[in-house]
Design a protein around this ligand. Sequence first.
Ligand code: COA
Length: 205
Amino acid sequence: MTEASQLPVSPGAPFTARCGPSELRPIRRDDAADLFPQIHGQPGVIQWLSWSGPERVWDLEERYSAWRTGAADEPAYMFAVVDAADGSVIGEASLRFDDHPGVGELGYWLGEEHHGKGHGRATVELLTRAGFERFGAFALTARVKEGNEASIAVLGGAGYQAVRAPRVEGDDEDPPIAWIFSTTRRGDGRRSPRPAVEFLLTNSG
Ligand SMILES: CC(C)(COP(=O)(O)OP(=O)(O)OC[C@H]1O[C@@H](n2cnc3c(N)ncnc32)[C@H](O)[C@@H]1OP(=O)(O)O)[C@@H](O)C(=O)NCCC(=O)NCCS
């Protein structure tokens, strides 16, 4: 742990976190303008998500109007993924606790021009450590569509285990959700070595 990561942070307080080439920080409404062209009409991103993406910049502005949403016991947190080298916003990452207290679901996407440069690995590492070390999760999950080898690689590299997802009657996602990945706080703590993650307090709320 770095000195910064030992700062007393109340659960759910906004923070910035850094791992290798990438940072997470609370999303802001004005991130919509940077992120819209990276997802709208981009099949290399959208085909792997469980939503069809925004139609207008306004849709993203609404989505990003608060970094924390949901009821007190079922919060959802949304982050911007930032390239630490130049400060540009390259993707979106989220942690949702809306199914079960203490069990968070990861969501993430990066603009296609930023794929394959280690930002995906760093993003999953950052969400994982934030979930366990900042939000008190005891388990984290991610749902992955058939054929999403990059996502399978980054989750496996962060210590997640996969089970086959049950086929849900009436689920018309294409490709279908094929895998449910999960990890526990205990399991994550046993990983060795783990990439260095630095948490910093931030004022945005
Ligand atoms: C999934 C995603 C975040 C990964 O990000 P990324 O920055 O490309 O990932 P990284 O560069 O950190 O690492 C990707 C790893 O996957 C591996 N990979 C990529 N495509 C692969 C393929 N077709 N088969 C096997 N491995 C593959 C790479 O080799 C790399 O592993 P390495 O570090 O051992 O070389 C990114 O591709 C993305 O945003 N995809 C679209 C949205 C999405 O799928 N979101 C997740 C939904 S569950």
